[in-house]
Design a protein around this ligand. Sequence first.
Ligand code: PRP
Ligand code: URA
Length: 208
Amino acid sequence: MEPIKLNHPLIEHKLAILRDKRTGTKEFRELISEITLFLCYEAMKDAKLKEVEIETPITKTKAKMLDENDYVFVPILRAGTGMIDGIVKMIPNAKIGHIGLYRNEETLKPVRYYYKMPKGIEDKQVIIIDPMLATGGSGIDAITLLKEDGVKNLKFLSIIAAPEGLKKMQEVHPDVQIYCATIDEHLNDVGYIVPGLGDAGDRIFGTK
Ligand code: PRP
Ligand code: URA
């Protein structure tokens, strides 16, 4: 599946401020949240609705609503948690799972150091959130672990993606639709996205 990229002047504008090294923690967090809101909007385009009956001040009518319980958003620790705010602005009752992982250097297999999912995850639409898709390693491993737990419907939302990571994720998990705000030029020799925004976790949490 080809990645879906947000294509909008407002997103370009917000990305410019987000990337700028002079942008401070408060504004950086706000921008991550705002851009996530639009990623969430795009990713919900094919959401199924159920018919409900409501009463307006004028009359009874049929309307359509989302079953918010069908969706689980899963941030990859740590930077992915910076996107939760934008998600819950759009879907206030969305369930949130958390995944923290590292790669065992000998086996190269992903190891969960934190993993907490809502009950019945295997029947939900699961949407992984992480602002950066660089080599694709973290995202690919998160998807692998969720599939091992029986999850069948997966999407992946990122703010900045590198072509190298996108290609790898599409090869390993061709069934997962990726959404991103933009696709950057390339990775540098230490795996950072160029031009990118630096270390997303450090900029969200003010740790550097
Ligand atoms: C960042 C980012 C992704 C990962 C992307 O997290 O949030 O999870 O790097 O890189 P990859 O595609 O090459 O795997 P990082 O490992 O820096 O941890 P942090 O969120 O705790 O800062
Ligand atoms: N993780 C980040 O936070 N930034 C990058 O550019 C690559 C991985």
